[in-house]
Design a protein around this ligand. Sequence first.
Ligand code: MLT
Length: 411
Amino acid sequence: MARLNDNYLKLQAGYLFPEISRRVTAFVDDHPNDKVIRLGIGDVTKPLVPAVLKAFHDGVDDMAQGSSFHGYGPEQGYSWLAQTIIDKAYKPLGVELKTSEVFISDGSKCDSANILDIFDLSCKVAIGDPVYPVYNDTNVMVGRTGQANEQGYYEGIVYMPCTEENGFAPAYPTENVDIIYLCYPNNPTGTTATKEQLKGWVDYALANDAVILFDAAYEAFITEPGIPHSIYEIEGAKQCAIEFRSFSKTAGFTGVRCGLTVVPEDLMGTTENGNKVSFNQLWNRRQGTKFNGVSYPVQKAAAAVYSDEGWAQVKEIIDYYMANAKIIREGLEAAGITCYGGVNAPYIWLKTPEGMTSWDFFDKLLNECFVVGTPGSGFGPSGEGYFRLSAFGERENVEEAVKRIVAKWGK
Ligand code: MLT
């Protein structure tokens, strides 16, 4: 009988968001007449904007004519989309990239998982705690860890606690690591890193021959000036960092699927016998073999995000979600609940009232207020006692959820 990948059995629970969805579905089945408000998974609620939709339709129409039909596209994505991204998303930040360094994909969740293909299993990994669970779970799946201990920490991973005491900014690992995951604006805490903090990480990575996997999926939600949108705004980052970006939250593509990964040609790794090889070469090879690209109409739609019209429309929706974030944060804070995030990120990270555990609060919130959020402990042991609310809801639902929470726990 075929031997399965035992590493999967080390995973302690189902993936966080399907687990929440399972509990909510069971609750809704039992309470068909109650209005449940979902502020759990960060899934957008606003439809695609008109400029994007038009480009999407045009892309589909192109597929209907022999003269404009597209079969297999480049596995790396069309260069016209990569160039548009470089011109509109990176050049304004002072970042120069080549199209050969930008890889279009079906999203940054997949890329942040798949990227492990191009690193040796011996690489030591550092991740934040709490953290987007994909970073942790995928390292378990590939066999980079032992079992989890009672707290939920896997043997072999270096965890960097992000706590109220350190302002949710992790300290540098105390042991030597090869891969460092950073996510800014942060999921789940909603906090950001300053240029100085990112410079510290870049300098640290360069000094220690480590690679930073920088998840910038929420950069479009930064509202304050001076906060870096890309790790490449920091000098030296092209020698030590890979960056992931996504159209999911920025432009409502969670159900459409498009993202990108930047792998600079200057970013080198070492082979077993000490030779230096570009990670870009390996990722290009990996994508060529395991990926067939994002569909042509989706890439057309993604390019339209950066048209003047498209960006104005997309920005309006981002502002709408960030106004939701303000309503949640200010509403809860006024009621005496401690909150973080929600200013440069669509997530509010709150301290559970009455010292409840994250899952106890989840159950109470669902059963007594009919509101769904995400338990902080689902993102790692240091998330215990915290809870994440997403700002991606409809305004009236967000207002109603805040009202219900304040009525129950407000001081
Ligand atoms: C989240 O809620 O953390 C995200 O929606 C998950 C994801 O982007 O995969």
